[in-house]
Design a protein around this ligand. Structure first.
Ligand SMILES: Cc1cc2nc3c(=O)[nH]c(=O)nc-3n(C[C@H](O)[C@H](O)[C@H](O)COP(=O)(O)OP(=O)(O)OC[C@H]3O[C@@H](n4cnc5c(N)ncnc54)[C@H](O)[C@@H]3O)c2cc1C
Length: 416
């Protein structure tokens, strides 16, 4: 009998975890991704704020899966799925499957205001991060060059939209860049005068965390000099600045961290989806009516024990990938199927700056230095590849001790 063909689309946290759990299985596994590298998204904000360089948070997919002889990697962008013929369409080719795992993640959402994207880029890819880094560093350069005080004020105003983990991390990191890292680098401006505004339409930051930790995050941001605006939706965004409610803020640099939308998997499958486009899956993560197709990670809508959908987090995607791997291994061995998927929540964290973070471990809520140390430890241990871990640790230690930041390069986009 022919060996089972398992196709995994997406080599992010979910797809890679599924691939790892199928390494050595009695099946041919094909991993497809539109990029040739796995990206550690939780540290993207460090690239955007010149703390790390892109290669430190990305690893080639082929190298990661090199040891698994039954797994092949294909570079290509999936554009559709034919469920009847059981094929995945990539560019001008098709790849057949017996079982399919879709782990294509999520992208930004501008709540119907897609025209804001060019003014307020979001952070999802390496190109987004280097583009934001270019905008931030160029704003300081322009402030140094201009003689017009109004223009200088505009260049030294940075607005981050969205008070979730990405917005909080970005606002904290821009504040540190201005107040600590760049403070001696300019002659005509004092980067410490930069104004960093974090705008959140809800009543508190980090709404997925307990209120006590939201408050701790707000206090830490205020200490860094970030102007936090709560209950304030952004109503307009253009090249001159943003409007927050009735107030106008002139700025040259806006970063979007407010909303996400699942990848197009629900559309490819013509499957039932939720408000943000996630495929509503069965308790074993398969698609209703198509038990041979599984959807995991940011693209899947899975009910948690408390009745609300599981959040878009790396550990959720990883555990789901490993689970589907177990389901398929059981099928291959003719064993009974494992019980429905259950997410084990070991805790969530968000960092705010040097020596400030919040961590919700369920039984323990931490903020401040201890939470920050834990955050650093977890993020370094999860980075793929010994070399990346070592280099990031050394880089962080170096910038911590010297107050230097290693990747302050303005690149791409004609550079200026
Ligand atoms: C800036 C940022 C910070 C974050 N911080 C944290 C954090 O601190 N902690 C945490 O737990 N989570 C964090 N997250 C969320 C976490 O990164 C996601 O929940 C996780 O990546 C989801 O895994 P996934 O496998 O579903 O998707 P992803 O990891 O996004 O992987 C999707 C993969 O699919 C590929 N792909 C997409 N479409 C196609 C296509 N058409 N064809 C081929 N390939 C395709 C992509 O190239 C990508 O490799 C953060 C996310 C961002 C953006």
């Amino acid at each position: 009998m022919a060996r089972m063909r398992i196709v995994i689309v997406g080599a992010g946290f979910g797809g890679l975890s599924a691939a790892h759990s199928l390494a050595g299985a009695d099946a041919d596994v094909f991993v497809i991704d539109r990029r040739n590298y796995h990206l550690f998204q939780p540290l993207l904000y460090q690239v955007a704020t010149a703390g790390l360089s892109p290669a430190q948070i990305a690893s080639p997919i082929r190298a990661i899966l090199r040891q698994a002889a039954n797994i092949s990697v294909t570079l290509g962008k999936v554009s559709g799925i034919d469920k009847d013929r059981r094929v995945v369409a990539i560019d001008d080719r098709e790849i057949a499957y017996d079982r399919l795992i879709l782990a294509t993640g999520a992208r930004h959402s501008y709540f119907g205001r897609d025209e804001w994207e060019s003014m307020a880029p979001g952070l999802k890819k390496i190109d987004d991060a280097t583009g934001i880094r270019r905008r931030i560093l160029t704003a300081f350069e322009n402030a140094e060059s201009t003689d017009d005080p109004e223009a200088r004020r505009r260049f030294l105003t940075f607005v981050v939209i969205g008070g979730g983990p990405t917005g909080v991390e970005m606002a904290g990191a821009i504040a540190e860049l201005a107040r600590v890292v760049l403070r001696h680098d300019f002659r005509r401006i004092d980067p410490r005068e930069a104004r960093i505004v974090l705008v959140e339409s809800g009543q508190r930051l980090l709404s997925a965390f307990p209120p006590k930790l939201s408050e701790a995050a707000q206090v830490s941001l205020k200490k860094l000099g970030v102007d936090v605006r709560l209950g304030a939706p952004v109503t307009q965004c253009d090249f001159a600045g943003v409007a927050i409610g009735n107030q106008r803020l002139e700025t040259a640099t806006v970063v979007w961290g407010a909303g996400v939308m699942a990848s197009g998997a629900a559309y490819w499958l013509d499957a039932q989806k939720d408000r943000i486009g996630r495929v509503i899956v069965e308790p074993n993560l398969s698609v209703p009516g198509n038990p041979e197709i599984f959807v995991i990670g940011d693209t899947a809508h899975v009910q948690g024990l408390n009745g609300s959908p599981l959040p878009g987090l790396a550990p959720v995607a990883k555990q789901q990938g490993a689970y589907v791997g177990r389901v398929l291994r059981a099928q291959l061995a003719g064993n009974p199927a494992p019980p429905p998927f259950r997410y084990r929540n070991w805790g969530t964290m968000a960092t705010i700056g040097r020596r400030a973070a919040v961590a919700d471990l369920g039984w323990l809520k931490l903020s401040g230095t201890l939470a920050w140390l834990l955050w650093g430890l977890v993020h370094i241990s999860l980075l793929i590849g010994f070399r990346n871990r070592l280099i990031v640790t050394l880089d962080w230690l170096w910038s911590y001790v010297t107050f230097q930041s290693g990747a302050r390069l303005i690149t791409g986009g004609g550079s200026h």
